[in-house]
Design a protein. Sequence first.
Length: 95
Amino acid sequence: MAPKGKKRTEDPGPSVKDPELYEALREDGNSKEKAARIANAAAASSRSEVGRRGGEAEDYEDRTKDELLERARELEIEGRSTMTKAELIDALRNH
């Protein structure tokens, strides 16, 4: 039975090796299949961080235009000085 106040998803069945991680992934919006794959991989490797986003980089949208310009400068993107923030983000993603 689920703890009081916590929504419980359907029982994933015996094929899911880490039901708690499976439920957390489902609540995060992952499909049943993806949540099961990640939960089973985590259980098999005894690592609960399997499938979690890695890295410390900020999203481009969270950066200032000056920070984006600096990154564009590092990558030698031409025309960067006249680009809008949205154009810089697009150029950085497609570089």
